[in-house]
Design a binder for this molecule. Structure first.
Ligand code: MG
Length: 301
């Protein structure tokens, strides 16, 4: 059974990665803007769309007792604020939903094949707290990703991050986690990337930021960012949260989302008490996140 410590570790690990990774995301312009708006009026580190959408989705599940996709889509649209750093495609889609369109009609409105970005995966990790059966979890994670990410690569990334978190909660070892992820029915590109992740985990040294930027990559596609986050989390199971984050930030790219996904998996494995307490003091919305972590233990879906 999942404990409150692990549930909080997963939820707060995600939010810490997001809020503390945000200043390192993107290019000069993005970093400048976040420098201006990245703190709340009481000087807390603001979280971004990653944490907001996770709160939206998990809040609806707590309230409805099920994965109600229409209600989740509505909540996503209601919570949308440009200042949370949503990507332009997500912003466009959420505004359409807010104006009354159904998510299933607009999730291919920006990209014909649907988005293959990491927005479905960035919010998926805490779903692992709700399901015992891993194949049911895998399907649920992909289903919720469909709201904003119609492309199979975007959905598979969500399934992989949720299942990796599930295995972290069960204290599985890194190589065993990768081997079990390989059994899942995902696009071939992921099988190839997981093969590399496994090789890197067995190497005697960590990959450098420069190497990670080249492969798996740190762009906003689900394929690059989910595989980077997975590598960072699994390679740091025997290391501390701060050094994992420092590696993630030095990679740049989509630093808030990669840090959020890695933070959630690491937090699921180690629990809330191992997260840096001085960072938690600086985090926006800590009380809300802690309360949600408790609520999630009482949900049956
Ligand atoms: Mg973000």
């Amino acid at each position: 059974m999942t404990t409150l410590d692990r549930s909080q570790g997963c939820v707060l690990g995600l939010a810490l990665g997001d809020a503390f990774g945000a200043p390192y995301e993107g290019g000069v312009l993005e970093r400048f803007v976040w420098g201006m708006i990245g703190k709340t009026s009481d000087r807390k580190r603001r979280f971004t769309d990653d944490t907001q959408m996770m709160l939206d989705m998990m809040g609806v599940i707590v309230e409805h007792g099920e994965l109600d996709l229409d209600a989740i889509a509505t909540q996503f649209a209601q919570s949308y604020r440009w200042s949370r750093g949503y990507g332009p495609a997500a912003a466009k889609l959420l505004k359409k939903i807010k104006r009354g369109a159904h998510w299933n009609e607009v999730n291919r409105a920006v990209y014909k094949e649907g988005s293959l970005g990491n927005g479905g995966a960035m919010r998926a990790a805490p779903l692992a707290l709700l399901f015992d059966d891993q194949s049911v979890l895998f399907d649920a994670a992909k289903q919720q990703a469909r709201i904003t990410h119609a492309h199979p690569l975007g959905q598979d990334g969500a399934g992989l991050i949720a299942c990796a978190t599930h295995m972290a909660l069960k204290d599985m070892e890194p190589i065993a986690i990768v081997d079990e992820l390989q059994v899942l029915d995902v696009q071939q590109e992921y099988h190839e990337a997981l093969h590399h992740v496994r090789e890197w985990l067995t190497a005697s040294t960590l990959r450098t930021a420069q190497q990670i930027r080249i492969s798996p990559g740190v762009g906003m596609t689900a394929l690059e960012s989910c595989m980077s986050a997975l590598y960072m989390a699994l390679s740091h199971f025997e290391r501390d949260f701060e050094s994992m984050m420092s590696l993630s930030w030095s990679c740049g790219g989509d630093a808030d989302t990669i840090s959020a996904m890695a933070g959630a998996i690491w937090g699921a494995r180690h629990g809330h008490k191992k997260l840096p307490s001085s960072w938690l003091k600086e985090l926006e919305g800590r009380a809300v996140l802690e309360a949600l972590s408790g609520d999630l233990l009482n949900v049956t879906v």
